[in-house]
Design a protein around this ligand. Structure first.
Ligand code: CAP
Ligand code: MG
Length: 454
């Protein structure tokens, strides 16, 4: 069947490259959106024709020329593939660069941009596989998005916490706790020294715990822990639900209870994300983004969408915290590539850096910065590696690495806070924490039995 399908592929009346979608001498405009696709053409399909087909199908083309083309300013509306190169060390794969005119996208709409860029093209017959590796969004288009509702600078001011990473933990087990027991976990974690606790991605309003109970018990725990420690604390209340109406209802209740933060999952979709960001902007609430589902786009190296592109879209759409990977925990990730994602979240201007997977300069045009979140199988013993990799502007989140502590949840939180503060102190004294990390932790553990046990 596959062989037949390949045979049946034909560009139609004219090849895409002849229709103007291949322009190797194209002069890039400052206002163009630039995309880098990794394409794997079907056997026998010329890579340049495949690149032109991607440009065509993600902008104006269909499989044949149409009379109505002549009724538009078709030349500027066509996206232009302007460069194709083999991917080093990956036979059969090519990088294809494509430029899109500003007029092709609606202002302030990720849904519209993605309907073109990752719409039909990913199931297009001339390609075995396609991956959107990187994107340059022009300043003119960036300025049509409102970006993070709070941003990391204002978040630190509101929390009154500076000069160190923030600490968090995901309440575990993921599902099954009653409201009262759940609230107890939140209290213990925050009282022990964490800044944030967090709902898991799949906790919404199941029979064992209705969402209102979760919110009530969690906020009771947050208030008690704040009073006991004198610190601003929060717990990301997951407001993900089946409809926008229900999400707004949950967000309003979180705000009414005094929560500083709400959380949504990536799976709610781009328009829902932009709407919730709008709500957070209007209500001065931090928006935590859990990237649940991203692996379906990002994991395969030859097909899908890179996380650096998703992170760029999310910064435009507006979130304050974003799960960005750890490179050292239970989930896959290469340290250099992951650092590239952090740059996308935190830079004012992201420079091209091929080692970190960044193919374009990106001017963020003063859009607020996103606080990245490192999470997934990390623990106090990796504190030196985490601080070395990510610096201070990050939330380090230890779920199992807090709630699995042998002496209890509060002890787990104490161990993480002491490990963090001793490592930040050592770094500020100019010590090489990557080399000395384990001995710094052992020394700190002499005065802290929870850290010793951890
Ligand atoms: C972490 C976590 C997070 C993942 C998400 C989990 O728990 O709650 O959902 O970290 O991954 O369910 O696995 P642990 P990412 O701390 O106990 O591992 O941050 O990469 O999106
Ligand atoms: Mg989780």
């Amino acid at each position: 069947i596959i062989t037949d399908a390949k045979k049946r592929y034909s560009a139609g009346v004219l090849k895409y490259r002849q229709m103007g979608y291949w322009q190797p001498d194209y002069e890039i405009k400052e206002t163009d959106t630039l995309c880098l696709f990794r394409i794997t053409p079907q056997d026998g399909v010329d890579p340049v024709e495949a690149a032109a087909a991607v440009a065509g199908e993600s902008s104006t083309a269909t499989w044949t020329v149409v009379w109505t083309d002549r009724l538009t300013a078709c030349d500027s509306y066509r996206a232009k593939a302007y460069k194709v190169e083999p991917v080093p060390g990956r036979p059969g794969e090519y990088f294809a660069w494509v430029a899109y005119d500003l007029i092709l996208f609606e202002e302030g709409s990720i849904a519209n941009m993605t309907a073109s860029l990752i719409g039909n093209v990913f199931s297009f017959k001339p390609l075995k596989a396609a991956r959107l590796e990187d994107i340059r969004i022009p300043v003119a288009y960036v300025k049509t998005f409102k970006g993070p509702p709070t941003g990391l600078v204002v978040e630190r001011e509101r929390l009154d916490k500076f000069g160190r990473p923030l600490l968090g933990a995901t309440t575990k087990p993921k599902l099954g706790l009653s409201g009262r027991n759940y609230g107890r976990v939140v209290y213990e974690g925050l009282k022990g020294g964490l800044d944030f606790m967090k709902d898991d991605e799949n906790i919404n309003s199941q029979p064992f715990m209705h969402w209102r109970d979760r919110f009530l018990y969690v906020m009771d725990a947050v208030n008690k822990a704040s009073a006991a420690t004198g610190e601003v604390k929060g717990s990301y209340l997951n407001i993900t639900a089946g409809t926008m109406e229900e999400m707004y209802r949950r967000a309003d209740f979180a705000k009414e209870l005094g929560s500083v933060v709400v959380m949504v999952d990536l799976v709610i979709g781009w328009t829902a994300i932009q709407s919730m960001a709008e709500w957070c902007r209007a209500n001065d609430v931090i928006m935590h983004m859990h990237r649940a589902g991203h692996g379906t786009y990002t994991r395969q190296k030859n097909h899908g969408v890179s996380f650096r592109v998703i992170a760029k879209w999310l910064r435009l759409a507006g979130c304050d915290h974003l799960h960005t990977g750890t490179a050292v925990g239970k989930l896959e990730g290469d340290p250099m590539t992951v650092q590239g994602y952090y740059n996308v979240c935190r830079d004012s201007y992201t420079r091209t850096d091929l080692q970190r997977g960044l193919f374009f300069d990106q001017d963020w045009a003063d859009l607020k910065k996103v606080m990245p979140v490192a999470s997934g199988g990390i623990h106090a013993g990796q504190m030196h590696q985490l601080i070395d990799l990510f610096g201070d502007d990050v939330v380090l989140q230890f779920g199992g690495g807090t709630i699995g502590h042998p002496q209890g949840i509060q002890a787990g939180a104490v161990a993480n806070r002491v490990a963090l503060e001793s490592m930040v102190k050592a770094r500020n004294e100019g010590r090489n924490i990557l080399e000395e990390g384990p001995s710094i932790l052992k020394k700190a553990a002499e005065g802290c039995s929870p850290l010793k046990a951890a």
